[in-house]
Design a binder for this molecule. Structure first.
Ligand code: ZN
Length: 243
């Protein structure tokens, strides 16, 4: 069988996924003549969740297109913000616990399980609950069962949060969700959560909330200064009610 020779040019945003020679510009590749372009791109290390348009000689093609000899392929990065999955709900892999808590702090639905339930179970849950799988694991993002997925580009939680908020633009509703379990919070009286309060808390604060799932009590206090800063920064940049 003929093995077509094609050329590939990856968008700069995708360069971290491909080998160094492919970051320099257009490079040649001999394909097997039967693989789809989506498979070819994936086999070079790029999760399809991160790919926007695929162009052949400037024309958009689906990822099921089978490249032929002399095709000039351009691989674009996913658009930001991504077309809305409104409102997006997320599922985070086991390495993203801090990001999960920060999303919840902002009222974003962010499911997370620790210990690790494994890639197959995560992918099945993404499909069953229509959640966007957030991960830094390319193998997980390649799983066909996923409802939707996104690579998280940074190791640092602050940058991870900006990455997700800028990409999916979820509506923010700070202080409405339990950072421990992702349950929603309801406003409660001080009396009903008194037994969970430390000395001093009861005297100092009047605004209390409780998780409808796990019962955890929340109140606004000085020890929340760091969390307040995360909320203030996110709302300033991405909108929403500070709470
Ligand atoms: Zn809870």
């Amino acid at each position: 069988m003929d093995r077509p020779q094609i050329s590939l040019d990856f968008a700069p945003e995708l360069h971290l996924f491909v080998s160094a020679p492919r970051r320099a510009g257009r490079t040649a590749l001999r394909t097997d003549g039967t693989s789809t372009l989506g498979h070819v791109v994936e086999s070079l290390g790029v999760p399809l969740t991160e790919v926007g348009a695929l162009l052949v000689d400037g024309r958009p093609v689906p990822d099921g297109y089978v490249p032929v000899d002399a095709d000039h392929v351009t691989i674009e990065a996913v658009a930001r913000p991504q077309p809305s999955l409104a409102p997006p709900r997320f599922l985070l892999d086991v390495h993203l616990g801090t990001l999960a808590r920060r999303l919840r702090l902002l009222g974003v639905d962010a499911a997370y399980e620790n210990p690790d339930i494994g890639d197959a179970a995560l992918a099945a849950r993404s499909a069953a609950e229509q959640r966007v799988m957030l991960s830094r694991d390319r193998g997980l993002l390649r799983r066909r069962e996923l409802w939707a997925g996104a690579y998280v580009y940074s190791h640092r939680p602050a940058e991870q949060l900006r990455d997700v908020l800028s990409r999916f633009a979820p509506p923010l509703a700070p202080w409405t969700r339990c950072t421990t379990c992702n349950g929603t919070l309801r406003t409660v009286t001080k009396t009903s959560v008194r037994e969970q309060l430390r000395d001093g808390t009861e005297r100092s604060y009047d605004a209390f909330a409780q998780c409808t799932e796990c019962g955890q009590a929340y109140w606004r206090g000085a020890h929340h200064a760091r969390l307040d800063a995360i909320v203030t920064d996110a709302v300033r940049e991405f909108g929403g009610v500070p709470g």
